[in-house]
Each structure stands twice: as structure tokens, then as C-alpha cells.
Write a protein that binds this ligand. Structure first.
Ligand SMILES: C[S@@+](CC[C@H](N)C(=O)[O-])C[C@H]1O[C@@H](n2cnc3c(N)ncnc32)[C@H](O)[C@@H]1O
Length: 310
């Protein structure tokens, strides 16, 4: 992990108070910090850096082993979904489209819920530093392997427990030298306010237990001016993920009745008085992408996006 990240981290447990973390027991290797303990002087919380990966989850139990995203089959699905074109298996235009929508040249960039980091790596090509955050350690470890070595061997699920060995080899054009990945929660981002000039929240809103809190965190950590945001989601609301009263759409009554995209647009534009300074919506549209469960099962997903600036 690059040392510069130490200057950015705040305690995810103490938010909304922004308490900088202090590093102890720091061990470095040629790539930066290999291990350390990041401590919060206010709450006494300790967050480890292990094999170059920072674990900044707010809860006391640090590793997200209970999450469905920790399953090897889910890792296989997301790796294929993000890198199918690079694997030579299927054309996958979604990430190219989204990369075009991100615009150009950012200082610090943040990819919320980055999975194995396909879009973060693209952001690293035109940012001073792009940081991908995800709650899933297996996905962040996969992203970091790609970052360090430019390739990743994994077992692609064929059927049931049968997998076939596959290798992702990144093209030279991706921004490996200016990308970082950490394990963190998009509901409690471990960064101070007004940090990022470019932010992506792609297909994560309907995966979190408190979608409004995620948007508030995106808004808090975005610069108050000269900032760009790319948001997308398929709005697959599920009570198993978030209680209905927290959905930002898909309801026939209540504060967020109607379609998710319309409600997110209004929130970003400053309606409800929750988000500000208001964002200006530059483009809206939809992008199809595919997730593969096994050789005979692929799901086509349509994500609706908003590109915004302020
Ligand atoms: C549908 S995937 C989207 C991945 C990526 N943004 C993309 O569009 O290719 C959702 C991702 O969000 C992550 N995630 C879910 N809840 C999260 C949370 N509270 N904090 C951080 N990441 C989370 C999952 O681990 C998963 O990698």
C-alpha cells in the first residue's frame, strides 16, 4: 500500500467526526507499506494492514467472511463480469462506455464497491491516484494481485464445483502505477470530506443496507467544486439487502415513491435538502452488462446511469 494513503485515512467508526488514523508497527517493502496497525486516537479502534492490504471496516469483526461476496463462486462471477472481454470470452462494452463517461484527468479518484477493480484501473490511467474500495477481501485481494503483477489466475466456475483455470492478463494501457485498493465500507468511507475530484458509484446502491447513507458518503467525500460523479444502478431492490423503508425507489408510496433513477437524480440535484452543493446532471442513459453464474447461466443486467458535475 502506498504511504500517501496514511495521510488520507480517517477512522470509519468515528464518522461523522473525521479523526485521522495513526500508523504503528509499520513494515515497508519495495511497494510501500507491507504491514501496519492503524489506530484511532479517539475511539481506540485498530485497523490492520496485512500483506499490503488495509482493512478499514467500521465494525469490530474485521473480515467480511459472512458476506456472499466472499464465496469463490461469486468471485468467479465478478471476475468474469468485469474482465470477459480481456479473457476473450465475450464482448463487454459496459466498462468502455463507463470509462468514456468518467471524463479525463482527475486528481484523487474513488471507485465505490469496485469488486475486482476493472473501472478503478481505468480511472488510474487518468488520475493522480485512483482508489477502489470494496467490503469483500477476496475481491480486493484479486484486484491487488492484478495491480501488482498485471495478471491473475483463477478458477472459472463451469458447473457446480467444477472450475476451469483461467488467467486475466491486463493490457499495458490500464493505470496500474496510479491505482490502489482497500477493504472498506461505502457506508462509512475512511476519508475526510471534500477529498475526491472524481467518484464512481457503479451498481452498488441496491447492494447496501442503507442506500441513502451511501449517497451521503459519496457527497461528503466529493470536492464541493470541480468534482465529477458517475453513478449507475440496476435498482434491483431486495428486502434481504435493505429494509423497504430505506429503498430509494421501487415503491408506490412514501418519500421515495417512483423509480430509483428519478429519485437519485432529484437527491443529487439538491431536492430534499440532503445533498449539497447540488450536482448538475450532464448525461443520463443505460448500459447492459452480463454476469455469469456458470457455463450455462448468464444474466443480462441493465444499469441506468447519471453523469454529474458540480
Ligand atoms: C454488483 S457489484 C459492482 C461492482 C463494480 N462497481 C462494477 O460495477 O463492476 C457490487 C459490489 O459492491 C460491493 N459491496 C456491497 N456492499 C458494500 C459495502 N457496504 N461497502 C463496500 N462494498 C460493498 C460488493 O462486494 C461487490 O463487489
Amino acid at each position: 500500500m502506498r504511504k500517501i494513503l496514511l495521510e488520507l485515512f480517517v477512522c470509519p467508526r468515528c464518522l461523522p467526526r473525521e479523526v485521522p488514523l495513526r500508523a504503528a508497527m509499520v513494515r515497508e517493502d519495495g511497494q510501500g507499506i507491507e504491514s501496519a496497525v492503524l489506530g484511532c486516537p479517539a475511539c481506540g479502534g485498530e485497523f490492520p494492514v496485512v500483506e499490503g492490504t488495509a482493512y478499514l471496516l467500521p465494525e469490530v469483526r474485521p473480515l467480511d467472511t459472512a458476506s456472499p461476496y466472499a464465496e469463490p463462486a461469486v468471485r468467479s462471477s465478478y471476475l468474469w463480469s468485469q474482465f470477459a472481454d480481456i479473457l476473450g470470452d465475450a464482448p463487454n462494452t459496459a466498462y468502455t462506455e463507463w470509462t468514456h463517461l468518467l471524463g479525463r484527468s482527475a486528481s484523487l479518484a474513488l471507485d465505490c464497491g469496485c469488486a475486482a477493480g476493472r473501472l478503478t484501473l481505468a480511472m488510474g490511467a487518468f488520475s493522480e491516484l485512483a482508489i477502489g474500495v470494496d467490503r469483500s477481501p477476496p475481491l480486493i485481494i484479486a484486484a491487488r494481485t492484478l495491480l501488482r503483477s498485471g495478471r491473475l489466475d483463477f478458477g472459472l466456475v463451469v458447473e457446480g464445483e467444477i472450475t476451469e483455470p483461467r488467467t486475466i492478463v491486463l493490457p499495458e494501457s490500464v493505470g496500474r502505477s496510479r491505482t490502489e485498493f482497500i477493504v472498506a465500507d461505502v457506508l462509512r468511507l475512511p476519508f475526510p470530506g471534500s477529498t475526491f475530484s472524481l467518484l464512481a458509484s457503479m451498481n452498488v446502491l441496491d447492494k447496501v443496507s442503507d442506500p441513502l447513507l451511501h449517497l451521503l458518503e459519496v457527497n461528503r467525500t466529493a470536492q464541493t467544486s470541480a468534482a465529477r460523479l458517475l453513478f449507475s444502478d440496476p435498482f434491483s431492490w431486495s428486502p434481504a439487502v435493505a429494509p423497504r423503508e430505506r429503498w430509494l425507489g421501487g415503491m408506490t408510496r412514501g418519500r421515495f415513491a417512483g423509480r430509483g433513477l428519478d429519485n437519485v437524480r432529484r437527491l443529487l440535484q439538491g431536492e430534499h435538502g440532503l445533498i449539497g452543493p447540488p450536482w448538475r446532471i450532464e448525461t443520463a442513459g443505460e448500459t447492459d452488462w452480463t454476469i455469469r453464474t456458470h457455463a450455462n447461466h448468464m444474466e443480462r443486467i441493465r444499469s441506468q446511469f447519471l453523469a454529474a458535475t458540480r
